[in-house]
Design a protein around this ligand. Structure first.
Ligand SMILES: Cc1ncc(COP(=O)(O)O)c(C=O)c1O
Length: 446
């Protein structure tokens, strides 16, 4: 008989990763019996299918393969910094459209690299090449990355944001409180249009943030990186907040690295994310990390993206933004009408595709009456529907998973939720918000 052996030796990361994160677990439970036509997913951060330019992508692929002189060996391995065509296209896209107010003079001093698998892989790379320590971010935080950072052995310290983004006065206070532990700060990570809140980091705050990080670098006598995740910056559909300036504009000490993605305006499946910042040991280590992960992002999707950026992108961005702008308006009106009396705050809806709701009293945590009403697990047949054909379920991301569990917003987070208006169509979202109203009324009885 075989002896029962102890299991494989896992790394600390492996040990921390063998149980799924709370959001992944919740989503997997829903996915197990999700009914496409019936259940409504306001939880998932997927882009809207209608925004993905299928025909253009098909045309671009044909053009790329028909032009081997320009798009050399597009179906072969690529180089670790990224396709030279794509890097040039990103640069031209920035200059021609004055993205972030960046000029040729500034971009001449920066490098652009393409990640192996979207912006996510660049964020992952950052956690591999920077020394573990404290990561400062805003609260609520991008829970997917922050959860990963924790599993990688980093300590996340989140600073509450207001309608202009991370509060720099609170940040200064928290830095002071750290005392000697300031030496343990590894890097700053800020999402310029925050996920989950949709809150837009104002230009003034961005400048203050760069200033705080520069001062800290001087104090610690070493450069502290500021990673700005601009995943949603091409999706600003409220003209009043434009133009958004790049953090690189204020960066005298070469601390800022901006990470962008083409997932949101073209297609997530292309897996194209890029980073802009100064050459140096960090950037070179990131290029090596791309090589270690898989040599490069698939060259064919890099070249397709390059073609799209050179040819059709402005029309595409306008179309995508038009779609989300209209959806945001309709959903906001519906939230106000249906949920207004239950809410203390509602932010988002000006960029990206999230609203973030704070209820006055209603608990939104997993297992709360509100949650169970929407998951159809109250045990009351009138609410849940017949066992074999339950009424439509509505999925959202509970705020409890988005706030720093050691931070200032833990209690508030239990009354919050992220509602995505990206994936689902307006009619279904409005229906779901109506069901949320019933859930809030039901929860009021507890
Ligand atoms: C803040 C943020 N950063 C990065 C990403 C991922 O981008 P990519 O598809 O390029 O990996 C997302 C996707 O939802 C996001 O919300």
């Amino acid at each position: 008989m075989m002896m029962k052996l102890p299991d494989f030796l896992l790394s600390e990361y492996g040990k921390a990763s063998c149980t799924p994160s709370p959001v992944n677990r919740m989503m997997a439970e829903f996915a197990a019996d999700f009914r496409e036509a019936k259940d409504i997913n306001l939880g998932v951060g997927y882009v809207n299918e209608q925004t993905i330019p299928r025909d253009l992508i098909l045309k671009s692929m044909r053009e790329v393969l028909a032009l081997p002189e320009k798009y050399r060996a597009a179906l072969n391995y690529g180089g670790p910094q990224g396709s030279p065509n794509l890097i040039e296209s990103v640069r031209k896209f920035y200059l021609q459209n004055k993205v972030g107010g960046l000029t040729e003079k500034i971009l001449d001093k920066k490098e652009i690299i393409i990640g192996p698998n979207g912006a996510t892989s660049l964020l992952e790379g950052t956690a591999h090449v920077l020394k573990p320590g404290i990561v400062i971010t805003s609260d609520p935080m991008y829970y997917i990355y922050c959860n990963y950072l924790e599993r990688m052995g980093f300590e996340v310290l989140a600073v509450p944001e207001d309608q202009d983004g991370i509060q720099t006065d609170l940040l200064t206070e928290k830095l002071k409180k750290l005392g000697n532990r300031k030496n343990k700060i590894s890097f700053f990570y800020v999402v310029s249009i925050n996920n989950p809140t949709g809150c837009i980091l104002s230009n003034k705050r961005k400048a203050e943030l760069v200033w705080v990080v520069s001062k800290l670098s001087e104090e610690l006598k070493r450069k502290v990186p500021l990673i700005v995740d601009k995943a949603y910056e091409d999706l600003v559909h409220d003209e009043a907040v434009k133009p958004l300036q790049s953090a690189l504009l204020y960066d005298k000490a070469d601390l800022v690295y901006e990470i962008g993605t083409l997932s949101k305006i073209l297609s997530p499946a292309l897996r194209i994310g890029y980073m802009i910042g100064c050459d140096g040991p960090f950037l070179r280590a990131m290029i090596q990390k791309t090589s270690d992960t898989g040599f490069s992002a698939p060259l064919i999707t890099q070249e397709i993206t390059s073609y799209l950026l050179d040819n059709q992108v402005l029309l595409q961005i306008e179309k995508v933004n038009h779609g989300y702008r209209e959806k945001a308006k309709q959903v906001k009106k519906c939230i106000e009408e249906q949920l207004g009396r239950f809410l203390a705050e509602c932010c988002g809806g000006k960029a990206g595709f999230y609203f973030y709701l704070t209820f006055r009293k209603t608990s939104t945590v997993e297992g709360s009456a509100f949650f169970r009403y929407l998951a159809r697990t109250t045990g009351i047949p009138d609410i849940d529907g017949p066992e074999k054909d339950k009424h439509p379920r509505v999925i959202y991301v509970p705020g409890e998973f988005c706030v720093d569990p050691k931070g200032d917003l833990v209690q508030k987070g239990k009354r919050q939720l992220r509602l995505s208006y990206g994936f689902e169509e307006p009619g279904r979202i409005k229906h779901a918000v109506g069901v949320m109203k019933q859930a809030a009324e039901y929860a009021g009885n507890f």
